[in-house]
Design a protein around this ligand. Structure first.
Ligand SMILES: Cc1cc2nc3c(=O)[nH]c(=O)nc-3n(C[C@H](O)[C@H](O)[C@H](O)COP(=O)(O)OP(=O)(O)OC[C@H]3O[C@@H](n4cnc5c(N)ncnc54)[C@H](O)[C@@H]3O)c2cc1C
Length: 419
């Protein structure tokens, strides 16, 4: 089949790879000037089937008001003054039962493990050289905080996800550079998680796909899409407007371009959650983290990516602010000095990136047939798009081929939102 993929982030490139592997003729369009210029640009790099990610499932406890307030308090930009943000927060905190939550978490972890396997397979098959490290250490400040984690620990155990509770001394054996005065009472060791450079992987995989015959067109914005009698895309670029036809279209655009599908029966409840990543060169490798360290108290990840350290933090709902939130940026610098003093070489260059996660309010992505003729979606991966990218891509390719998929759950299908 002649398939058009829209979006050249990590999800779009992985999708193009799997479709080309299945023998389809694939063309990718993206409105940015190059691949991975949006959410896939400088994320934390965690490939974490453990799903120990702070904003993946915020809305499962308490009554509506409690959930609303609790989630609001965990955001780094307070939503109380903006109507737009209040609306997003209401959607984000919509009720679901603890049973539904447990089912969704199980699907998320299944997708995480399947994706990690696929990632390993793609790296091996194509001999890709990617900056990677193994394991994630979650720092827990107090005994009370550790007790509060019991339900999560049991959920991990139920999913067979290895998680060990360590003393600070044991934790330092795994991360020897952790500062002796770092404030933590215990740590969780998630051996099955890893850190890998998302953008580096995607760019290398893009080269592989080009050798397989996939064509990429950048600076082309999908302006219109009609599906009858044949999928037809209207694409605007600096050269003018082009009309392209295909047998099938896959949107890997992070969010759903609402203007294109406004009249369709699909309503996917998406929220935007913005965050920051500070990347800085390593001055002294002996003082730097070995893999990922997650400070549960401040919702902040510090990890190593080759010869750089990356610190990620922040959760802002609603429209993206033009100005970076100084309080969050300063907290990232402080955390780096608190946990790994002397590791960073600031004069050699620092980069602070402000990125957006597009998340579906039930916490899971939308992968598969849209319910509309010849249109599939692979969107809404939220805080876990890198973790889930390679598995999502294979699931989607298998769905298009009409093969049985590795994860059969309807909870990841876009059609769960058909009205
Ligand atoms: C601060 C931060 C930290 C994160 N850390 C992690 C992490 O540790 N682990 C993890 O798993 N995930 C993490 N994520 C999430 C992860 O980065 C995203 O989920 C993932 O990159 C999404 O990939 P994508 O390809 O779907 O989207 P994108 O990379 O945003 O790609 C979508 C592409 O679609 C294009 N596009 C959109 N609309 C159109 C249009 N109309 N026409 C043409 N092109 C269009 C865009 O230009 C873009 O290139 C993090 C995100 C942030 C912001």
């Amino acid at each position: 089949m002649k398939i058009v993929v829209v979006g050249a982030g990590v999800v779009g490139i992985a999708t193009a790879y799997e479709l080309a592997t299945d023998g389809h003729t694939v063309t990718v369009f993206d409105k940015s000037a190059a691949a991975c210029e949006e959410a896939s640009f400088a994320n934390s790099g965690l490939v974490a089937p453990s799903m120990y990610l702070p904003y993946a499932f915020p809305s499962h406890k308490g009554n509506a008001v409690m959930r609303f307030l609790e989630t609001g308090r965990r955001l780094t930009r307070r939503p109380w003054r903006s109507l737009q943000e209040m609306k997003s927060l209401r959607r984000w905190t919509q009720a679901h039962s603890p049973e539904a939550h447990a089912r969704q978490l199980a699907v998320a972890q299944q997708l995480g493990r399947y994706s990690a396997e696929r990632l390993g397979h793609i790296i091996g098959q194509n001999q890709l050289e990617i900056e990677r490290s193994e394991g994630q250490l979650v720092l827990v400040r107090t005994e009370l905080a550790l007790q509060r984690l019991q339900t999560s620990l049991e959920a991990l155990k139920a999913q067979d996800i290895a998680c060990k509770v360590l003393t600070p001394e044991e934790a330092r054996k795994l991360e020897p550079s952790l500062h002796s005065e770092a404030p933590f009472h215990a740590a969780l060791w998630l051996a099955g998680d890893q850190v890998a450079n998302c953008r580096q992987f995607a760019l290398e995989l893009k080269t592989v796909t080009q050798k397989m015959g996939v064509k990429y067109h950048f600076g082309t914005d999908l302006q219109d899409l009609s599906l009858q009698p044949q999928p037809t895309l209207t694409l605007a670029s600096a050269q003018g407007t082009d009309v392209v036809t295909a047998d099938h279209v896959v949107l890997c655009t992070g969010q759903l371009p609402r203007h294109l599908l406004a009249k369709q029966p699909l309503h996917i409840p998406l929220v935007e959650l913005h965050g920051y990543a500070l990347s800085v060169a390593i001055r002294e490798p002996l003082n730097a983290p070995r893999s990922a360290v997650f400070d549960l108290h401040d919702n902040l990840v510090i990890n190593r990516l080759g010869n750089r350290i990356r610190v990620s933090a922040g959760a802002e709902l609603g429209p993206k602010a033009d100005v970076k939130h100084a309080q969050v940026v300063n907290a990232m610098y402080r955390a780096l000095e608190l946990y790994f003093p002397g590791a960073a070489n600031y004069p050699a260059g620092t980069q602070v990136w402000h990125g957006t996660r597009h998340a579906i309010t039930d916490g899971l992505p939308a992968i598969g047939p849209s319910g509309l003729s010849q249109l599939s979606l692979n969107i809404g991966h939220g805080a876990c798009g890198w973790t889930w990218a390679c598995g999502s891509a294979r699931l989607l390719a298998d769905q298009i081929a009409g093969r049985p998929t590795a994860i059969a759950s309807p909870s990841v299908l876009p059609t769960r939102f058909l009205r």
